[in-house]
Design a protein around this ligand. Sequence first.
Ligand code: CUA
Length: 353
Amino acid sequence: MSHFQLFPERASTVAGHVDTLFAFLTGVSLFFTLLIFGLIIFFAVKYRRRAPGEVGTPTSSVALETAWTVIPFGIMLVMFVWGASLYFTLYRVPADALEIQVVGKQWMWKFQHMGGQREINELHVPTGRAVKLVMASQDVIHSFYVPAFRVKADVVPGSYRTIWFEATRPGTYHLFCAEYCGLQHSGMIGHVIVMEPAQYQAWLSGGGAAGGAETSPVAAGHKLFLDLGCHTCHHLNRQGIGPMLTGLFGSRVQLQNGQTVVADDDYVRESIVDPLAKIAAGFQPLMPSFQGRVDEEQLMDLITYIKSLGTQQTQAVTVLPPQGAPGTATLSEAWQGAAAAVPAPPQRTETQP
Ligand code: CUA
């Protein structure tokens, strides 16, 4: 029994706060359960019928009724404010967080670091640094759950889910899928390996678990962008048939129907798999769907690439992979290729010589 643990280890910055709130909720529930059942038994004995024909006398007390209304209300408000503030802490991702992409699929967890290192069912993270997980599902609903960090979030196909944590202690912690997702659901488990920052850097530069130099998500996304022909309509330095993507990410997009949306991960993802869902104002509904042509990991790569195009002011060329990287054309080549391959849009023809 000495190894019997009521709680998992606490290995993240929020774990202690979650446990304290949980202890408070449990304590309040326990106290009132005992109080109410104790009073029921006490009054049942004290006011029991002593004679066969005995009839009780009704009684009331405004003070008592006010007390048992106001006090529990106050306690509930404490729970609400405390719970809500912790919820906001848990779901507001710190701006400087280290981003890692996660794809859940039957039945494994796949991770990709921004340097390109890939892992399956193992995730290496540093201590003392907020880690942001951008999660997608390739098939059905999964749930990413690391008890030691007190983080758990459903990963739903068709949109992104973002959570964060900051690990505090080096070690190896359980990772579970906490949503029944088919036959091998119970096998969809793994480990989060927390390392000191220096060790983590060494691990990263060692190429990660899979070993060898790997393509970063930005470079992989750039290659996909060219391979899929996205660049023929989406130019980087001028308007084409499709919207210019430089500076798009994070900006507000005016839609054909008059609405405005923020170009976040979900919007860009939807625009790739279901381009007609939200047409940007001033553009024709011409783009074909890429549903089924790119998987969730490739979608993430594409979005990371589009994200890397930064703001309008940023020089798009800064995202180019190292010179001579295999399989990548330079962006200017891509533009020229696009210009040659695509007939100029109608409004441009009148400016042609
Ligand atoms: Cu994935 Cu259960």
